[in-house]
Ligand binder design. Structure first.
Ligand code: SF4
Ligand code: SF4
Length: 177
């Protein structure tokens, strides 16, 4: 089992909040990271507006309301600290989840509370979507969301390999590792 899957979400949320302040300071001094965050924000807005426009958002909302949504229990365990930090940087309150013990922790009152999601959540489309949304519209959505995933990958790598290395080893407590 990967480290990401083993680490309970409450621990990872605690780690991301504890690192958030230091990451914000470091990002302020890094033009590429600032650009990636802006670009990711724009792509998330664009893909969300396409989801609404092509009717996918409504399908998922109706499906979730009827209790057959795909945001199942333990899905949150696919999330690592880096993507949680990115969500914090985009203004997400990670404590607004946990509304239904039988669903993913990140399900909040109005659906998923995250602004940036892992590939497993972004890429999954069920038969209902494929049967009700024209393929050309699905492809339009996938093209923009794919660009968002590429940008997310670069940003996560930056946080992992560059920004976190700049934090002195002894500044991260044993519990945070
Ligand atoms: S992707 Fe399919 S299963 Fe998941 S919420 Fe949307 S309609 Fe429901
Ligand atoms: S879309 Fe959000 S709520 Fe649904 S499984 Fe993914 S992280 Fe959880």
């Amino acid at each position: 089992m990967s480290e990401t899957l083993k680490n309970p979400i409450s621990v990872k949320i605690g780690q991301s909040i504890s690192l958030y302040g230091r990451i914000t300071e470091l990002i302020e001094n890094n033009d590429e990271a600032k650009w990636l965050i802006q670009e990711l924000n724009n792509l998330v807005d664009e893909s969300e507006s396409i989801r609404q426009m092509i009717g996918m958002a409504k399908e998922c909302e109706d499906c979730s309301m009827s209790g057959s949504g795909c945001c199942g229990k333990d899905m949150e365990n696919h999330y690592g600290v880096e993507i949680l930090i990115i969500n914090l940087l985009m203004g997400v309150n990670l404590f607004k989840g946990g509304h239904n013990k039988d669903s993913c922790y990140f399900v909040g009152e109005g659906g998923c509370i995250l602004r940036v999601r892992e590939v497993i959540c972004v890429n999954y489309l069920c038969n209902r979507i494929y049967s009700r949304i024209p393929l050309k519209n699905i492809i339009l959505f996938q093209e923009v969301s794919g660009r968002g995933l590429d940008t997310l990958f670069y940003l996560e790598e930056k946080i992992k390999n560059y920004i976190l290395c700049k934090i002195p080893e002894n500044a991260v407590s044993h519990e945070e590792k």
